[in-house]
Design a protein around this ligand. Structure first.
Ligand code: SAM
Length: 271
């Protein structure tokens, strides 16, 4: 791998970037106070850098090595190639990283999976708004829920979520995943009150979105949930907690509680 290394950063060397691209750089990177320009062949450059030939790196393998299983309460979230590292007694939740958010390496996903695992899921009808990789919907399904629906406005997440369902040994037919208690589906869309047909049908709602959206959707969460059902919200930065709390109070949710992990918060409440 041929690298031309110059002192400075992308910002301080901004005037030289065009020259590097025009000379045939295939990529630029800033590392340890140096700008690194990658090339396929040495070219004349009138800059104060140095050419080095570094051993090729298998980025894919390095990146995979960096992923480790994540414990979230009674679940261990792991990529499929580390399924054997899930400790006995833990429920394996296999998620392969891809374009969809939710491998368990973000505090919000971990907090939500942990909160889901603290509930008795048997027989529950679960709605996961912003399903991403499907991780929260799958946690509910593997934990014993009866009916689970994962919604996401981003269409790329839906096939990813179905693939993750299959990784967990679940069979998918015509967009329906067979689970122990009933069925799991993933659909493109968001929490649409028209779909509810005025009936609060869910007995658990989970959503890893962001505070402003929770504020906007709080009334819909209320309408979707049967009375006394748990709501689990995350994706909330600590300084936005008052906004989410106020929205839940406005919609008459009770038992509002918060858990923090670094700057991220999870809020639970009862409808
Ligand atoms: N549920 C996964 C988790 O906990 O790791 C993924 C959460 S990721 C932070 C948020 C997801 O919500 C993204 O996949 C995004 O496309 C989706 N999203 C954003 N706005 C949405 C909306 N209004 N309705 C449904 N999904 C939405």
């Amino acid at each position: 791998m041929l690298v031309y290394i110059l002192p400075g950063t992308l910002e301080s060397r901004e005037v030289d970037l065009d020259a590097l691209w025009e000379a045939g750089a295939t990529g630029l990177e800033e590392r340890g106070g140096h700008l690194r320009a990658y090339f396929d062949a040495e070219v004349p450059l009138a800059l104060n850098g140095e050419w080095t030939n570094e051993p090729d790196q298998d980025w894919q393998a390095d990146w995979k090595k960096g992923l480790t299983p994540v414990t979230a309460g009674r679940f261990t979230i792991a990529p499929s190639w580390l399924a054997h590292e899930v400790p006995p007694g833990q429920i394996p939740l296999l998620i392969d990283p891809g374009m969809a958010f939710g491998t368990g390496h973000h505090a919000t996903t971990r907090l939500a999976v942990e909160a889901i695992g603290q509930l008795d899921l048997t027989g529950r009808t679960v709605l996961d708004v912003g399903t991403g990789s499907g991780v929260l919907a799958l946690a509910a399904a593997l934990g014993g829920a009866a009916e689970v629906l994962g919604l996401d406005i981003d269409p790329i997440t839906i096939p990813a979520a179905y693939e993750n369902a299959e990784l967990n040994g679940l069979s998918v037919k015509n967009g329906v995943v067979q689970i122990k208690g009933g069925t799991l589906r993933f659909e493109e869309g968001s929490l649409d009150l028209d779909l509810l047909d005025d009936k609060p049908i869910y007995t658990l709602l989970v959503a890893n979105l962001f505070a402003e959206l929770h504020d906007l959707l709080a009334g819909a969460y209320r309408a979707a949930l049967q009375p006394g059902s748990p709501l689990i919200l995350t994706g909330i930065l600590e300084d936005r907690l008052p906004m989410v709390r106020a929205a839940l109070e406005r919609e008459a949710f009770s038992d509002i509680a918060e858990i923090l992990d670094g700057e991220w918060a999870l809020v639970t409440a009862l409808s």
